[in-house]
Design a binder for this molecule. Structure first.
Ligand SMILES: [Zn+2]
Length: 104
C-alpha cells in the first residue's frame, strides 16, 4: 500500500474518531466515554513524506491528523466562525485595552 493511501486512511480514522467525540460532547460528556476504534497497526510510524527543501521526503513520524508533521502541516487558514472572525479582527488593529483576551 502506498503512503498516499495510508495517509488517506489515517485522515479517515481521525475523522471517525472526531465524529464519535462530537457525539459524546453532544451528550455532555456522560460517563462512560465512548469506545473508539483501535489505531490501525500498519499506520503506526507513518512518515510525513512531504518534500523538504533538500528535495528528499520528510522522515518525521510524529504526524497530526492531516498526516503531516508540525513543519509540513500547512499554515492556519484563520478563523472559521463569524464570532471567531470578529474576535480576530479586534486583535488586529486595536490597542491593548480593546483586545478580546485582555485580562483587565
Ligand atoms: Zn514533514
Amino acid at each position: 500500500m502506498s503512503s498516499q493511501e495510508q495517509r488517506k486512511r489515517l485522515k479517515e480514522y481521525y475523522r471517525e474518531c472526531s465524529q464519535i467525540h462530537a457525539a459524546w460532547a453532544e451528550r455532555h460528556y456522560q460517563y462512560p466515554p465512548p469506545k473508539t476504534k483501535p489505531f490501525p497497526p500498519d499506520l503506526i510510524g507513518l512518515e510525513c513524506g512531504a518534500k523538504t527543501r533538500a528535495g528528499t521526503p520528510c522522515k518525521q513520524k510524529s504526524t497530526y491528523a492531516n498526516g503531516r508533521c508540525k513543519w509540513h502541516g500547512g499554515c492556519s487558514t484563520g478563523a472559521k466562525t463569524l464570532e471567531g472572525k470578529k474576535r480576530s479582527a479586534l486583535n488586529g488593529f486595536c490597542p491593548k485595552t480593546k483586545r478580546s483576551h485582555s485580562t483587565r
